[in-house]
Design a protein around this ligand. Structure first.
Ligand SMILES: Cc1cc2nc3c(=O)[nH]c(=O)nc-3n(C[C@H](O)[C@H](O)[C@H](O)COP(=O)(O)OP(=O)(O)OC[C@H]3O[C@@H](n4cnc5c(N)ncnc54)[C@H](O)[C@@H]3O)c2cc1C
Length: 399
């Protein structure tokens, strides 16, 4: 006999944890099961590449909620348990032990998994595709002064972890194609300036693509397509994620770059919702269907999905933001911060302090505030205003 729950949440990450809050806002009594394949209660991932390394946070401070929260909210949880199949027709979740669970409503909050490199040695156990608390613990245990690390990838995760390791006395080499860092978001001049800052801090940058990993005693060599060979104690790969959509796809739900949901975060099956990194949703303010891989989005979508599962009818109209820290460059960004759009920087201190606007047809689609704080609300209003902006308007907009 399957166990029955009013609500089952598959994926014990931030979206899953936030859904509990949403459910309980509407339904104080319904039974809830939280199922996650990691061994930990839901935690925040941003500190894994920042604050934990910089002594600003300890592991026990990164959890979304303490255990008491789950007790107070009468949530059953099954950790280290992977949902292997869902059957929407009979409202069933089947885990890898073949245990079955009936749901009234189901949330798929399965997030994403790191892209792996399909090259010789790409499957060595020691190559760390960085995503989880276990990855942090594994890398942390191997680091220390005198150690060396190769970081593959020049996006956010690669850049953050390279900066973090460098600040922990590790000799870091980054390998990625192209000259600048975080190039998909940063305009070229900022991207190059940040790469120059990394070089000043002592991080070597090899602008190439890995072709193979080789084991060399206790070390691992990354051989690049251009023929370079970089040896290190640790190899970390941060080359993006793929949304975890298999459960949804195999169950016949609509999947297209993530699990497709409507404005209420409902999938193509009305009793099943999706939220967070795996959800392809209508981003109202930008007028497009898209997927967002950020902390704030997971938090807000998870909560709203929970409310709607419990009977709410609210549309997701929120404009999520994201943030990062690279040495002393901290920033918050909101909207469509895609560097292929026209960009218009307004600097107080070039490539260090100021605001970069992202424009289409002279309308603000996104804004990135570099070492400038408390402008998120105004930036959101600017995006929603749909106003045509002259250069002078932009200079004055968030001053
Ligand atoms: C190192 C790092 C640093 C980051 N820094 C920032 C930052 O500075 N700012 C920012 O905005 N964002 C940042 N992010 C991104 C942010 O953490 C994610 O957007 C957020 O974690 C997404 O939450 P989620 O709940 O949707 O998915 P996830 O956090 O991926 O959680 C999904 C959970 O579901 C589990 N799961 C998957 N499939 C199954 C299954 N079949 N059965 C059971 N469980 C399953 C997964 O193992 C995982 O535990 C960072 C991410 C990483 C990895």
């Amino acid at each position: 006999m399957p166990q029955s729950y009013d609500y089952i949440i598959v994926g014990a990450g931030l979206a899953g944890a936030s859904a509990i809050e949403g459910i309980r806002e509407v339904d104080p009594n319904g039974s809830i099961l939280l199922m996650g394949d990691e061994a930990h209660l839901p935690y925040n991932r941003p500190p894994l590449s920042k604050d934990l390394w910089l002594g600003k946070e300890q592991v026990d401070g990164i959890f979304a909620h303490d255990e008491q929260f789950y007790t107070d909210n009468r949530v059953d949880f099954r950790l280290g348990a992977r949902a292997e199949e869902i059957d929407p027709g009979v409202s069933l979740v089947i885990d890898e032990e073949k245990e079955t669970f009936n749901f009234g409503k189901l949330l798929l909050a399965t997030g994403g998994s790191p892209r792996t490199l399909d090259i010789p040695g790409g499957d060595f156990e020691a190559i760390c595709y960085y995503r989880t608390l276990d990855d942090y613990n594994q890398v942390k245990a191997m680091t220390g002064s005198g150690k060396s690390a190769t970081v593959i990838g020049g996006g956010f995760i690669g850049s953050e972890i390279a900066a973090a390791l460098n600040q922990n006395g590790v000799d870091v080499t980054m390998i990625f194609p192209g000259q600048g860092l975080c190039r998909r978001v940063f305009p070229e001049s900022l991207s190059l300036a940040v790469a120059a800052m990394f070089a000043e801090k002592g991080i070597r940058i090899v602008t190439d693509t890995p072709a193979a990993f080789e084991r060399d005693g206790d070390k691992y060599a990354t051989v690049t397509k251009g023929g370079a060979r970089v040896e290190a104690d640790i190899v970390i790969v941060g080359v993006g994620i793929l949304p975890d959509v298999e459960l949804a796809a195999e169950a016949g739900l609509r999947v297209d770059n993530g699990i497709v949901v409507n404005e209420r975060l409902q999938t193509s099956h009305p009793g099943i919702y999706a939220a967070g990194d795996n959800a392809n949703f209508p981003f109202a303010a930008l007028g497009k269907q898209t997927r967002v891989e950020h902390w704030d989005n997971a938090r807000k979508q998870g909560k709203l999905a929970g409310k709607n599962m419990a009977g709410g009818e609210e549309a997701y109209t929120y404009i999520p933001y994201f943030f990062s820290d690279l040495f002393d460059l901290g920033y918050e960004a909101v909207g469509d911060v895609d560097s292929s759009l026209e960009t218009f920087p307004v600097w107080q201190d070039e490539n260090r302090t100021g605001i970069v606007y992202y424009l289409r047809d002279r309308k603000v689609r996104g804004a990135m505030m570099c070492n400038v704080w408390k402008k998120l609300k105004a930036a959101r209003e600017l995006i929603q205003s749909d106003a045509i902006m002259s250069d002078d308007d932009l200079r004055a907009a968030l001053a």
